[in-house]
Design a protein around this ligand. Structure first.
Ligand SMILES: NC(=O)c1ccc[n+]([C@@H]2O[C@H](COP(=O)([O-])OP(=O)(O)OC[C@H]3O[C@@H](n4cnc5c(N)ncnc54)[C@H](OP(=O)(O)O)[C@@H]3O)[C@@H](O)[C@H]2O)c1
Length: 237
């Protein structure tokens, strides 16, 4: 908001920005050019569009209200000539993760989650290498382990680390993810509903859809490597 409308952001109180975001139309941000596909060598173009809700409104409003604006944003993408729609940040978190939105558009819709999961796990392991941490001898924690991204990351990490701590809000869902990571080759798994329990982990991957930071400095082990995928961030700055 502050970047696109600096003046408005200065005069409007935050509560009003949340409120008015409900009535804001989809916003054209930029035309992206100059990206070349490694696979085909062809140049790719795209458009960055904003489905102008604040993250808080996206999770608080009824999903049908949010779907309507995401579909309007998707139709704008179609009119511009897009042939695939990527849902960023909370647009893919709301409701059924893009299924309803795809039904209302003529172009395919992706959350991009597979790419996110692959890149996040690779980044965490690379950061561990840089810090001289050997994952096979290390405890790793996944916060938001019951989510779409968190559970897939936990499965990928499972056979690579000594111990996996899965943090979520619901015991029943955690038990399901635990079964999946054990099948994926986890050696030792603990589940917890308390974020404080990441204190023993040297590797932390966080991917919740909390609207505010939930990881404070005192929750972290000294020297821990943290990869925070969440938007808005999970880690307090
Ligand atoms: N950086 C990127 O490229 C990228 C790409 C895609 C998504 N993301 C971000 O990744 C995050 C996760 O996306 P997702 O699609 O995996 O979401 P999701 O499937 O809805 O999962 C969200 C997870 O967060 C937990 N959670 C929600 N609110 C919480 C709170 N207040 N305190 C603690 N845990 C809470 C949920 O627990 P329950 O199971 O109990 O509901 C669930 O485990 C989002 O922030 C999204 O914006 C980033």
């Amino acid at each position: 908001m502050a970047r696109k409308y600096p003046l408005l952001a200065r005069v409007l109180p935050t509560a009003l920005i949340h409120f008015f975001s409900r009535f804001w139309p989809p916003v054209y941000l930029s035309h992206v050019t100059g990206v070349r596909s490694e696979a085909t060598g062809r140049e790719i173009e795209g458009w960055l569009l904003a489905c102008s809700f604040t993250a808080r409104q996206m999770v608080r409003l009824p999903p049908q209200t949010v779907y309507k604006k995401i579909v309007r944003t998707g139709r704008l993408a179609q009119r511009l000539g897009a042939r695939i729609l990527g849902l960023g940040a909370f647009a893919s978190v709301v409701g059924d993760g893009g299924v309803t939105i795809a039904r209302h558009l003529n172009i395919p819709v992706t959350t991009g989650h597979s790419l996110t999961v692959a890149v996040v796990v690779e980044t965490l392991l690379e950061a561990a290498r840089c810090r001289g941490i050997r994952p096979a001898l290390t405890t790793a924690a996944v916060v938001g382990a019951t989510g779409s991204i968190g559970s897939a990351c936990a499965e990928l990490l499972a056979p690579m680390v000594a111990e996996l701590v899965l943090i979520g809000r619901r015991e029943s869902r955690l038990a399901q993810v635990r079964a999946r990571v054990e099948t994926a080759g986890a050696r030792l798994v603990r589940t917890s509903t308390r974020v404080e329990d990441i204190r023993e982990a040297r590797l932390v991957l966080s991917a919740t859809s909390a609207a505010k930071p939930i990881i404070q400095p005192q929750h972290l082990k000294h020297g821990a490597v943290v990869c925070d995928v969440a938007l808005p961030q999970d880690v307090s700055l």
